[in-house]
Design a protein around this ligand. Structure first.
Ligand SMILES: Cc1cc2nc3c(=O)[nH]c(=O)nc-3n(C[C@H](O)[C@H](O)[C@H](O)COP(=O)(O)OP(=O)(O)OC[C@H]3O[C@@H](n4cnc5c(N)ncnc54)[C@H](O)[C@@H]3O)c2cc1C
Length: 419
């Protein structure tokens, strides 16, 4: 049995934020990750740029500066692997790679230990506080906590995607396409998104792929491509995961052919790299003591226990059952005013020493589509790490901790929770 102050499951953007904050606050911190590299979607998923805004002073700024040429740019994924590993190492976090969280044991509402599986056999970890940053809410479910998944009615989640980067673009071709409103004249009487829509209708592009988003990587001859998509997949079911993987790898080839054959300056492109794991936008949303709703976002709600302040991103629901966006499909996705995230939404019901951080916190399908982006997830992670520190200092649980002290802890770190 390994004994820690805090154990964090999942080393994605949220888990890294949590681990750095906890270790820098003096806690003996373990970070457990099922893959062989830290970063989650941010490295192995080839996801970028970091989207969403939060108030100044969060850990998201430090992480972005460490992995991106400039704020708002797509990260250099190789640099990110090195920089994130170095940050965790320097902070003194014990990182357990290739170790999957597979079980948990509770006494009453308290987790006593969790179990992991790896090459070394099964290792158990005990801690005062546990943080579930698995994206999928694995640890919470192993502890018997309830969850919701998918949209109301049919339970479908947003489509899965494999991101990839192309190189060999003519450096003088400036074409970028970040979202559905980036109408771009190709200079020969054709318009880029019209072309994508037509190619989807004729079958030149894969089914439901009616937009091939092209982001800058900072190099004129490269583009990050966010386009493949497979609908009606359960990202937790391994049979579905391979079905999606097989289809998405085929889609990459078709999309590259479409770009080569149709876009001036793209005739010599090659695939430079692609995600090593399926990009999952949405899975379980663990039920917490508060559930964030679309209305909360649209009202720009703040809370007495706000631990993430001025979160800001559009309601970005990639259509679970078809192409394009599913909410406000005819218009640009709606962007709510800046809103807060309360600590209660990060406290699963039924476990008083467990905190969630990242896309698995408690919110509705629509609210999740906004707060799931990476800067917001990192800020949640930092808040979870701060909460763990305060809970240890004051010997309290998630339902008894003084949330003013968590806020004070974050503000002492420079997080501008108050305007
Ligand atoms: C295709 C796609 C495009 C996107 N585009 C953008 C974008 O441009 N900008 C943006 O900001 N966001 C984007 N997002 C959203 C964003 O990437 C995610 O919502 C965000 O990474 C969530 O962070 P997280 O830390 O909660 O989860 P994740 O990044 O999923 O990390 C979870 C980590 O936990 C680990 N884990 C899971 N289960 C276990 C277990 N049982 N034991 C141990 N470890 C475990 C995983 O391996 C992973 O490392 C995109 C997402 C997708 C899928």
């Amino acid at each position: 049995m390994k004994k820690y102050d805090v154990v964090i499951a999942g080393a994605g953007p949220a888990g890294i934020g949590a681990a750095l904050e906890a270790a820098r606050s003096g806690l003996k911190t373990a970070l457990i990750e099922r893959y062989g590299c830290v970063g989650g979607n941010l490295t192995l998923g080839y996801v970028g740029p970091l989207l969403g805004k939060v108030c100044p002073g969060t850990i998201a700024e430090e992480i972005e500066d460490a992995i991106c040429a400039k704020r708002g740019a797509v990260p250099d994924f190789e640099k990110a692997k090195i920089a994130l590993t170095a940050l965790l190492d320097e902070a003194g976090v014990d990182v357990y790679l290739q170790t999957c969280v597979i079980g948990a044991q509770k006494v009453g509402e308290k987790i006593e230990k969790i179990d992991t599986a790896g090459k070394f056999g099964n290792i158990s970890f005990s801690a005062e506080v546990f943080i579930d940053a698995t994206g999928d809410g694995d640890l919470s479910v192993l502890c018997g906590c309830g969850f919701e998944m998918g949209r109301e009615g049919d339970g479908l989640v947003q489509p899965v995607t494999l991101m990839f980067v192309i190189e060999g673009v003519d450096p003088d071709q400036p074409l970028l396409c970040r979202h559905e409103e980036d109408y771009t004249d190709l200079g020969d009487g054709r318009e880029y998104l019209d072309l994508c829509h037509k190619a989807c209708r004729t079958g030149e592009l894969p089914e439901n792929v009616n937009i091939v988003r092209l982001y800058s990587t900072g190099r004129n001859s490269e583009r990050m491509v966010n386009a493949t998509q497979e609908n009606r997949i359960d990202p937790l079911d391994p049979s579905d995961v391979f079905k999606a993987e097989a289809s998405l790898r085929r889609q990459i080839g078709k999309i590259v052919d479409f770009l080569r054959n149709n876009i001036p300056g793209f005739s010599d492109i090659r695939i430079k790299g692609s995600a090593s794991t399926l990009g999952v936008r949405e899975s379980r949303r663990v039920l917490g003591r508060y559930q964030i709703t679309e209305q909360d976002l649209m009202e720009g709600r703040t809370y007495r226990d706000s631990v993430v302040h001025k979160a800001n991103f559009c309601l970005d629901i990639h259509n679970p059952s078809g192409a394009g966006q599913s909410v406000h499909a005819e218009k640009r996705p709606v962007t709510p005013p800046p809103y807060d995230i309360p600590f209660a939404a990060m406290c699963p019901i039924g476990c008083n020493n467990l905190i969630t951080a990242g896309r698995c916190i408690s919110g509705t399908h629509v609210a999740h589509s906004s707060y799931r982006v990476m800067r917001i997830c990192m800020a949640m992670g930092q808040a979870a790490g701060s909460a763990a520190a305060v809970m240890l200092q004051t010997r309290t649980a998630t339902d008894t901790v003084d949330t003013d002290l968590i806020r004070r802890h974050l503000m002492d770190r420079g997080v501008k929770l108050e305007d």
